[in-house]
Structures are given as C-alpha cells and as structure tokens.
Design a protein around this ligand. Sequence first.
Ligand code: SF4
Length: 242
Amino acid sequence: MNWDEVKVVALELSNYCPMASQHPQCPASLVKELTILSIFSVRRVLFELKAHDYKGTINLHRYNEPMADPRLFSILRICRDHLPHARPAISTNAQFLNQGVLLELVGAGLERLHVSLYGSRQEREQLAHKMVDWQLAFPGFEMTWQHPANKPLIDNFLQIYEAPCLDLHEPCGEPLSQINISCEGDVVLCCRDWQNRYKFGNVGLHSLNNIIESDEFQRIHSLLSAGDRSATELCRRCATAR
Ligand code: SF4
C-alpha cells in the first residue's frame, strides 16, 4: 500500500452540526440521534497514520461542525505532536470564530481552515472583511472562505441515490485519495455517500491499512481508477471525479 496516494483522511468526529436546521440540503439536517466517533477510534487512526509517516491532510469534518466538538483541541494537539508532516484541517462556520479562538486553533496545530459565511449578503461581506484581517494577522496560515456573493455551498447530495444514471467514464481517485471515516467508524466510499451505504470496514476493529487492502476496497478502487462507474450504484449517478 502506497500511502503517498492518500491525500486526505477525513474523520467525521460526530454527526452534529448546530447550523443543520438552517440547511435542509445538508445531510446533518436529517440526523435524529447523536453519534460520536469514539476517541479510541480517532487515536487509533491517528497513530496508524503516524506509523506511516502520513503527509497529507487530516480533515476533522465531514458533515459535522468540528468546533462544536469539545475534543477538537486535544485531537489537534495529537496531530501536532505526533504527525509533524500532516496537515490538520477543519471546515467551520464564521460564527464560531474570533481572533482569540483562531490563535488557539493555530497554537493547537491547525494548519488549514475553511470558513463558511452565512447570513444576509451584507453580513457575509462583513465576515469576509474579518477573514481578510485574520489572514493578515496569521501570515502563512492557510485560510479560505466562500465569496460573500455566493450562498453557502452545500451540494445537492440528498437525492443522489435516486438520481438518473449518468453515462460517465471519468476516473475517480476516491475512495483512496480521500479516505472518509464516518462518525460510526466505518471507512465509506466517499463524501457523496452520505448515507454510508458502501462500507469497507470499521477502524475500531481493523487497521486502516487492512481495510484499504481488503479485496472489496481494492476492487472498487480499481474500477473507479479505470473510469468504470459501475463500481457502485452511487458512482453511476455521480457527476464528480475526484
Ligand atoms: S464516482 Fe462519485 S460516488 Fe463514486 S467514489 Fe467517486 S466521488 Fe464518490
């Protein structure tokens, strides 16, 4: 297994987002029961990545709001102390941030931040001005945000399982280039698979390496790498190539 092929490992710390009710197109808006990825699984994955001297991005988000997780700072510190070549990242909402919090996040080891701007156009513009100020205050820290003219970007994933099949033959690097670990600890197909229908194994029970090297994972990865979207019924309906 060549770990250089893995660019992102996404750990969905929970299925909780306090903004979910405002975004009916986000899978988090459908959550009925809180599920939290166990710290055992988080640590197990991070220390396995350490053993592989992992150099890619570690997303601490999928459909969850990472800033709502009280374990976020301690998880960032594990990344900082044990994965010096990896890049911990979060995607969050501007309302959870101020300059002091940003300072703490950077100190805990966060290396990449994406910020969603919500509210009226005017409010989004004000937030974008703040982002520019923060970027000046933290030179070298990678910070991105959506343009205030754009409404928050949440792709229309919810209907994807029932969408018509597409006749696409573009290769897709997922599930290997971006490994998605659901809040239940399952390695799943990709972020499009928001219902976690396609599971390859649970990180609480198996090493990431064994899951990736499993026959089913390799079968689907080989098909998608060759542009064969018959790999899954979801891939047949997906317009994305990652
Ligand atoms: S083709 Fe689409 S659904 Fe399939 S793995 Fe790639 S991004 Fe996910």
